[in-house]
Write a protein that binds this ligand. Structure first.
Ligand code: F0G
Length: 526
């Protein structure tokens, strides 16, 4: 069945070997709706039910007929695909549509501007860059105003209309009397300010976060294995624990930077202190996906909003996996009462066909200058923009029937997972999530009665062992969340049927039975 047998394998062969070792080296020949198809030994197609859902890009399913038909129509009509640096009316329309949906849901009164990109990580990378550009401009304005304060004080002291109290000089170790003293004082303050302003930006993000694997975004991805080799490449993040109220405030206090200025007050020169922006942004997933399907608590979200408002840092809501209607709302953050300054969307925005992502920025935070310094050859292409518009049209049709469907199917799927948990409490630790982003967490199996299972658990590979068994033994496709490998994730499309749910239930019950040691029968290993 392997067309490339005998030829050198040059396309990431190491990954192929890893897949094979877990029994996940499947080859698919066709995809439709909620299913992928393999070619069986007899040449016939064998259906696999897809709970991995393209890592969340397939809320509308594989090859949705309305999307593929529209895509063919676009290509047939010769629509301009690459016409960079020209007007893009369809991008304007897409931005307006996104803004309308986001504001309908959040009740926000300000518009959101859109910057388009290609992948999830790239949209987040744009968010980090935009936030840093904004921070730099705010910092620059603050430094300018402090400098003009120095000039005004210098003039006033020179013409005798103001004097500097001795304690101001003393505080900065200036004891030279006479005209040189003020210059020395200002020199020291300016040097201090320069040093503080030159500190690298700090990003804040919850423990367990996943925001991508590019040079900037990987610093905000908690998983050490992904992040540590590349930590020298970009500004660092501080990871905030999920359930320890007060920690965020403590971290922010540790990062504070103060600039010193001088102001005139009734003929006397007074020292002024100004908080400089060091924290560039707080970046979060409302429901952590890759980190194990964990929804942030309303309390944590409130603390984030309060602290960020205090220090003027933007809240970047990464809805790349949780958004686009998957939870029953367009944005998963809506239910948490979270108001983002930035939102990022990708995955299902492309309808499973186009590669498109977007950064939305609240008008009052938006820096138009960014548009002239950030771009990509492929961003905002005419094909992807139009496919994304079609996706929004499908989601919004019939008064948002697709959102209701996601919520309702999610409830049913979660109820099934809950029933499995109830029957196998020693195997299943937790089931959680919302809508069609659900997780099932296994108990630590390092002491399991079946030796192969205990061994895999001790090596941190239990989730992959189960995924391999589900695929080979039951033709169910799902994976553990990469940074929490004891948790399986379920992100099917809204085409999920009762049969698909029953199919997964049978597979999970069989798996749990084997894990529990109910049958002396091995998992279906490679
Ligand atoms: N942000 C979130 C919340 C994600 O889940 C992902 C990708 C990204 C950003 C990066 O997007 O892959 O298009 O560059 N998550 C996948 C996953 C890989 O395993 O859930 P990308």
């Amino acid at each position: 069945s392997n067309a490339s047998a005998g030829r050198p394998q040059l396309a990431e062969p190491h990954l192929g070997a890893v897949l094979a070792s877990a029994g996940l080296d499947a080859e698919y020949v066709r995809a439709e709706g909620n299913h992928l198809y393999q070619r069986g030994e007899d040449g016939r197609e064998v259906a696999v039910v897809d709970y991995a859902g393209g890592y969340g890009s397939l809320l509308l399913g594989h090859n949705h007929p309305a999307i593929t038909a529209y895509a063919q129509e676009l290509l047939q009509s010769g629509v301009p695909v690459h016409a960079q640096f020209s007007l893009h009316p369809e991008a304007a329309e897409l931005a307006l549509a996104l803004d309308g949906i986001v504001r309908r849901e959040t009740g926000d009164t300000e518009p959101f501007f859109a910057v388009f990109a290609n992948t999830g990580a790239e949209a987040n990378e744009a968010a980090l860059k935009h936030a840093e550009m904004d921070r730099g401009m705010r910092l620059g304005a603050l430094l300018d105003s402090v400098r003009s304060g120095f000039d005004a004080v210098r003039d006033a002291v020179r013409d005798g209309s103001a004097t500097v109290p001795a304690e101001v000089f003393a505080r900065f170790g200036v004891d030279a009397p006479g005209p040189a003293a003020l210059d020395m004082l200002i020199g020291r303050l300016a040097a201090h300010n320069e040093e503080q302003a030159g500190r690298p930006p700090v990003f804040l993000t919850p423990e367990g976060s996943f925001h991508g694997k590019l040079a900037g975004t990987v610093q905000l991805t908690h998983n050490e294995g992904y992040r540590a080799p590349f930590r020298a490449l970009a500004a660092q993040a501080r990871f905030v624990p999920l359930d320890r109220p007060g920690t965020l405030r403590k971290i922010v206090d540790e990062e504070r930077a103060t600039l010193f200025g001088l102001v005139l007050e009734d003929g006397r020169v007074r020292l002024s202190e100004h908080e400089a922006p060091v924290v560039c942004a707080f970046v979060l997933e409302p429901i952590q996906g890759e980190g194990g399907i964990r929804e942030l608590s309303a309390e944590f979200v409130q603390e984030i909003q309060d602290v960020c408002a205090e220090i003027g840092a933007p809240v970047v809501v990464d809805e790349i996996q949780s958004g686009m209607g998957r939870t029953g709302d367009f944005l998963a953050s809506t239910r948490l009462g979270l108001r983002g300054d930035y939102y990022t969307l990708a995955k299902s925005l492309g309808g499973g066909l186009a590669k498109i992502s977007v950064l939305l920025v609240r008008a009052s935070r938006y820096r138009g200058e960014f548009e002239l310094v950030h771009s990509s050859t492929f961003a905002k292409d005419g094909f992807s923009n139009r496919v994304a518009l079609k996706v929004l049209e499908l989601l919004e049709a019939d008064g948002g029937a697709a959102y209701r469907k996601a919520a309702e199917l999610g409830d049913r799927l979660l109820a099934m997972l809950g029933a499995v948990r109830e029957d196998f409490p020693e195997v299943v630790k937790d089931v959680r999530g919302r809508g069609l982003i659900l997780g099932l967490e296994f108990h630590d199996q390092s002491g399991a009665p079946v030796p192969a299972i205990a061994e895999a658990a001790r090596a941190g590979l239990f989730g992959y062992l189960v995924a391999g068994h589900l695929l080979r033994g039951h033709r169910v496709r799902t994976f553990p969340t990469a940074s929490a490998p004891e948790t399986l994730r379920f992100e099917p499309s809204i085409l999920l049927s009762d049969d698909d749910i029953a199919w997964l239930e049978t597979a999970l019950r069989d798996t749990c039975d084997i894990v529990r040691g109910g049958y002396r029968r091995p998992l279906a290993l490679p």
